[in-house]
Design a protein around this ligand. Structure first.
Ligand SMILES: Cc1cc2nc3c(=O)[nH]c(=O)nc-3n(C[C@H](O)[C@H](O)[C@H](O)COP(=O)(O)O)c2cc1C
Length: 331
């Protein structure tokens, strides 16, 4: 019998399988069904900076109109009314999930510019979120903003969120940094507790008939996993941050690769959107079966077994692997 228990963000989980941020837990019944078949934690879909700012703007307009009629009226409003449109339903949802689930519920914020919206992390933690996942989905479009400017801006958002909560903050990153390992080190320095690697970049296509942008949300395939494995293998043992894989895990053997590369937790979305709770039950069984066959008694024995911690010169190894791969092609 193998033991799948693990630690992630300081939380003890029954196994490494976390339902990733998505509509999968929009209904409490669906979330319960996923936990019943083994989900060890759930991440709720994101609240976006833009939604929170829009809520604040409309609340401020309302407050301004009250100032004209009664100078003291705004002070009568309860604080939670500052956020209304998107935010309060999310607070209720997080609270509800914490009532019906006996696993950690992680709330997700999605934003990249410093501002008052980051304070909303405190409300989410107050509603019972065991951790905050902060998604830094950011596409560079400003010709004058340097990579360093972008990283500084993002770090200040992370520091703001970390500063208002006493639950762990995990940061979901894109793979597009000049140095992911360096940025991860800087995230650790501003108080993050973990990283989720990686965001998927939803690339819009062009419709040549209408000359319109064609937006299709394409679910992942296991082909997206190796890039994550690679990042895990570089980071494992070299950061105190919890490492979670997101992207391309569709089977227990995909999860085994993530753990061998150094992942503490494995987030699942596409495979569950396609296959429902039974896919999760299958994946848990597959991982346990693989560990048993390999003689691993627990996850710690397997974790990071193929990471790069023991390689003297990882940079040189990367160059060599690359050159060998190109030279292995013959016509
Ligand atoms: C329909 C859908 C909705 C998603 N919503 C969110 C979200 O609200 N916040 C977030 O950080 N990621 C969101 N994601 C991204 C997933 O959490 C995950 O990172 C991505 O799907 C890769 O994992 P997978 O290969 O297991 O699908 C969403 C993905 C899908 C398919």
């Amino acid at each position: 019998m193998v033991e799948l228990g693990c630690d992630w963000l300081g939380l003890r989980l029954a196994n490494p399988f976390v339902v990733g941020a998505s509509p999968l837990c929009d209904s409490a019944d669906d979330a319960v069904a996923l936990v019943d078949v083994g989900a060890s934690a759930v991440v709720v879909h994101s609240l976006f900076e833009e939604q929170l700012i829009a809520d604040q703007v409309s609340a401020n307009r309302y407050l301004d109109s009250m100032i004209d009629t009664n100078a003291e009226a705004p002070s009568f409003l309860p604080e939670t009314d500052v956020f209304s449109g998107s935010a309060n339903p999310m607070l209720r949802h997080v609270r509800r999930l914490t009532e019906v689930l006996d696993v950690p519920v992680v709330a997700s914020l999605n934003g990249v510019t410093p501002g008052g919206w980051t304070g909303y992390a405190r409300e989410l933690a107050g509603a019972g979120a065991a951790a905050i996942e902060l998604n830094l989905y950011d596409v560079a479009t400003d010709l004058d903003e340097t990579g360093e400017d972008i990283e500084e801006r993002q770090l200040s958002v992370v520091a703001d969120v970390v500063g208002v909560v006493d639950v762990p903050v995990s940061v979901k990153l894109s793979p597009f940094y000049a140095s992911v390992p360096n940025f991860v080190t800087r995230l650790e320095a501003v108080g993050a507790a973990g990283v989720v690697l990686f965001n998927r970049f939803y690339q819009p296509d062009l419709d040549l008939e209408t000359l319109d942008i064609a937006r299709h949300l394409v679910l992942s395939t296991p082909a997206e996993l190796p890039m994550r494995l690679h990042a895990m293998a570089i980071l494992h043992g070299r950061t105190q941050l919890s490492l979670a894989v997101s992207g391309g895990v569709h089977s227990g053997t995909d999860a085994a690769k993530a753990i061998l590369s150094g992942a503490d937790a494995v987030q699942l979305v596409s495979v569950l959107l396609k296959g429902g709770p039974s896919a999760l039950a299958r994946i848990v069984d597959e991982l346990a079966g693989w560990m048993d066959a390999q003689g691993y008694r627990n996850l710690d024995e397997a974790k990071g077994a193929t990471a790069m911690g023991n390689v003297a010169n990882p940079h040189e190894l990367q160059r060599l692997n690359y050159a060998q791969l190109l030279h292995s092609w013959s016509l």
